[in-house]
Design a binder for this molecule. Structure first.
Ligand code: 26W
Length: 812
């Protein structure tokens, strides 16, 4: 591509039309193998081939990237900036290839060299720059914004080490550092010219009424860009990840000459740690100074970059809201409000109130959790130490917010009990606040921000989560995707509501058979990988029952494993009965400091050890827990599942997105009326969903009942037998008291109502087995689930953000 090539010409061509011929693709790939990787086909390793392939696919990503960037400038379009401490991206090669219409030619050309795409692609490390739901949602949303032609940037941190690797020793989770950057990342474009100093600590000086902040240390934020191509290759956006760089001119010579060597080299130390590692907690904020510094580093570098880009084409900062929308992915970048106000006031002489108004019109805040321990509250002392100027601004915003509440007896404060509430701050400095499912948004308005909601009616809106059908169906489940395209034609990939056209085929035996075959194919693909990677052999003919998500008590993996023990005990009592063979699949990491979650992991592995080696039952029941669950494992596991476990205590799972991925791949859901389960059940039909458990209201009532857990246990012989077996050391013969703490909690507190929901869960699992014993009925329900999941595309979610919050038009 000669530099003089004008990207605009590209706009007309669709990905398909611009797809190269096998000959062109082969020539381009061999060129990269030789000149970029420096290997001949004879010498090339799988790694070399993957590098050559990635660079070849990348070339095709650059053109839509250039043209999108140019068009956005030329047409002075409004841009969306998605600020997130996490982007759980996974692998990029196949995803980008699919969106560029290159997968088929790629697979074909590789085959000519005797290479299978899967073995080449399997070498790519996951970019695991996130913990779970929030991080993966950000990745799905980036891909959907590009597919929708929404001009956007994702801003995040380029952690050297993503989420830890998990392995088990004697059933216990062991964490080891993740090292995705150990080998070249072909999707990374370094942008040394996009670098910004970020200040930390220091003092404030008053200078004729203006507050001057002189930071104690500064660290350079340097940009690394990754193109995010939309489906169809018509548009591509940028994911800009900041890396902390110690830079000479930030070395504090004065402090050094003053003999304060520690302070002098502080920037170095800080720089080395700021983008070193992702915090592995996904529900407890922990109040660590480095975490706050990471959040500010991300936010300040991003807001500086946003203002630089804006001022390159505009000079009136008060018009910022017409051209810039910033979305805060939870409170983690909530310092963006004070940072934007600081820059407008301190560096652009805008008066305070106008700066507040401008910032509020630019910012949006998405809340992803109601868990009290996950709501960030930074101590005033720490905020003053790290960000003295921002604390000053927050104090002023606090005063204004109190004034807004008039004579209210005890007004809500941004600062209370010597802590800054980042949720209240984010709400106050945003023009729109959204929850991530209808039920969750209701609770956000009623439980989390009732006063704010009163004061700012209409500020809270709901935008139910979604998932990208490109990665989670077209990429992860090629046989089902092909069946769908053969049946209703192509196009559903970017218009998922078209799946509705599958409904009549639920009544078509031929289609049901074809669906059955694609499910079996997905199972063989998963079990093949499981055997090769973990030496675990699974029976193909069984109900694959999966619960894969982060380990947390509210997600109730405990309820699942306790039921599994009860099921095992039942089979042992009556082995001749006509049991549906079942494989219980677990997957998920626990935050390293979350001991109860780690104990539940150990219990699952201890039960697996006994059940899988029980000659009486192992042909009817297996428990598998492949370690290191993440995006790439999910892509293999989810298409293979028959049953999706979404069993959280009602009112505690904000939305869930795994629930959507399973249903989209034809798994039926057993679940509570929690998060997006409620809407999934509404869309797929109550008759195609296995519902159980207390509702959110009933949870509140039951928790208020003294001794509710003991009462529930006394009412369930089945559950008591399970706890008895655990207490007797059946699953921990070498340590009978291993689960005493867990049993004690079950009998005396059970905040997550595992005992109260056990019998109803058991009832629902019985219905699952009965239904699965009628394959025709099951397949009909599964096909109707797929057909009615169109709403849960992240394209629909993004369309709602564009119209309800960002006020941005598609450029396509
Ligand atoms: C400060 C530590 C921390 C880190 C991450 C606290 C909280 C988080 C996230 C908000 C946790 C998270 O991932 N929440 C999940 O977000 C998903 C996307 O909206 C939802 O589908 C899940 O229900 C929610 O648990």
């Amino acid at each position: 591509m000669s530099q003089s090539f004008d990207a605009r010409q590209l706009r007309e061509t669709t990905a398909a039309e611009s797809a190269p011929t096998p000959a062109q693709f082969r020539q381009a790939m061999l060129r990269h193998l030789q000149y970029t990787v420096g290997k001949s086909p004879q010498q090339a390793s799988l790694f070399d081939w993957r590098m050559a392939l990635s660079h070849t696919v990348r070339d095709y990503a650059v053109d839509p990237w250039f043209s999108a960037t140019r068009r956005t400038w030329d047409e002075d379009r409004k841009r969306v900036y998605y600020l997130s401490m996490e982007f759980l991206i996974g692998r990029l090669l196949e995803d980008q290839a699919i969106n560029l219409g290159l997968r088929d030619v790629m697979v074909q050309v590789l085959a000519e060299f005797g290479l299978s795409f899967d073995e080449v692609a399997e070498g790519e490390p996951d970019a695991a720059l996130g913990n779970g739901g929030l991080g993966r949602l950000a990745a799905c949303y980036l891909e959907s914004m590009a597919t929708m032609g929404c001009p956007a940037y994702g801003y995040g941190l380029r952690y050297e080490h993503g989420l830890f690797r998990q392995h088990f020793e004697n059933g216990r989770q062991i964490e080891t550092p993740e090292n995705w950057l150990a080998t070249d990342n072909p999707w990374d474009f370094t942008r040394p010219e996009a670098a910004y100093p970020v200040g930390f600590g220091g003092e404030l000086h008053d200078h004729d009424g203006a507050s001057i902040w002189s930071p104690r240390s500064k660290v350079l934020a340097s940009a690394h860009d990754t193109p995010v191509v939309g489906y169809g290759g018509q548009w591509a956006n940028t994911l800009r990840l900041w890396a902390a760089m110690p830079s000479a001119d930030l070395f504090n010579l004065d402090r050094f000459n003053a003999g304060d060597f520690a302070a002098a080299s502080e920037p170095e130390a800080l720089a080395r740690s700021l983008s070193r590692v992702l915090y592995p907690n996904d529900t407890t904020e922990g109040g660590k100074e480095l975490r706050l510094s990471q959040e500010y580093f991300l936010t300040s570098a991003s807001v500086q970059d946003i203002l630089r880009r804006y001022l390159a084409a505009h000079d009136d900062l008060l018009k910022l809201p017409e051209f810039v929308a910033i979305q805060m992915n939870d409170t983690h970048p909530a310092i963006a409000g004070p940072e934007l106000i600081r820059l407008l006031v301190d560096e652009h002489a805008v008066d305070f109130d106008t700066a507040v108004e401008t910032a509020t019109s630019v910012l949006g805040y998405t809340n992803h959790t109601l868990l009290p321990e996950a709501l960030e509250r930074w101590s005033v002392g720490l905020m003053r130490k790290v960000l003295p100027r921002h604390l000053q601004i927050i104090e002023t915003l606090d005063t204004q917010f109190i004034a807004l509440q008039g004579q209210a007896p005890n007004p809500v404060r941004l600062i209370s009990n010597d802590q800054v509430s980042m949720g209240d701050l984010a709400f106050t400095t945003s023009h729109k606040v959204n929850g991530v499912s209808a039920l969750h948004t209701e609770l956000v308005s009623q439980e989390l921000f009732p006063v704010h909601n009163e004061l700012h009616p209409g500020r809270i809106v709901n935008i139910t989560n979604g998932v990208t059908p490109r990665r989670w169906l077209k990429l992860a489940n090629p046989s089902l995707a092909a069946l769908i395209t053969d049946t209703i034609g192509a196009g559903w990939e970017s218009d998922l509501e078209r799946l509705r056209e599958l409904e009549p085929y639920a009544e078509d035996p031929a289609f049901r058979d074809a669906f059955g075959r694609s499910k079996r194919q997905a199972k063989e693909h998963f079990t093949g990988w499981l055997a090769a990677e973990h030496g675990i052999e699974l029976p193909a003919e069984a109900l694959y029952d999966a619960q894969v998500k982060r380990l947390h008590e509210y997600k109730r993996q405990l309820l699942n494993i306790l039921w599994t023990i009860a099921h095992w005990q039942r089979i042992k009592r009556d082995p001749q009965a006509n049991w549906v063979p079942r494989v219980k699949i677990f997957g998920g990491k626990a935050a390293p400091s979350y001991h109860m979650a780690k104990l539940i992991i150990q219990l699952i592995n201890d039960v697996a050890e006994v059940v899988n080696n029980d000659p009486e039952t192992r042909h009817l029941l297996r428990v598998v827990y492949p370690p290191n669950y993440g995006v790439s494992m999910a892509e293999k596991l989810i298409p293979a599942a028959d049953l999706s476990e979404q069993i959280s205590t009602a009112g505690m799972e904000a939305s869930g997105t795994g629930n959507m991925k399973f249903a989209l791949n034809g798994a039926l859901t057993i679940g509570t009326l929690d998060g997006a389960n409620v809407e999934i059940r509404e869309h797929v039909g109550a008759e195609n969903f296995f519902l159980f458990g207390l509702t959110t209201e009933q949870v509140g009532e039951r928790r208020a009942q003294q001794g509710h857990s003991r009462a529930a246990l006394e009412a369930s012989q089945t559950l008591r037998d399970v706890l008895q077996a655990i207490a007797e050391g059946t699953f921990s013969p070498e340590d009978h008291h291993r689960y005493d703490g867990l049993l004690e909690t079950m009998w005396n507190s059970d905040w997550f109502l595992v005992a109260s929901d056990f019998e109803d869960y058991d009832r629902a699992q019985g219905e699952v087995a009965d239904c699965y014993s009628d394959p025709e009925k099951w397949q009909r329900m599964a096909i109707l689930n797929i057909a009615r999941m169109g709403y849960f595309s992240s394209d629909r979610s993004i369309r709602e953000y564009m119209s309800q919050i960002w006020d941005v038009e598609s450029a396509l």
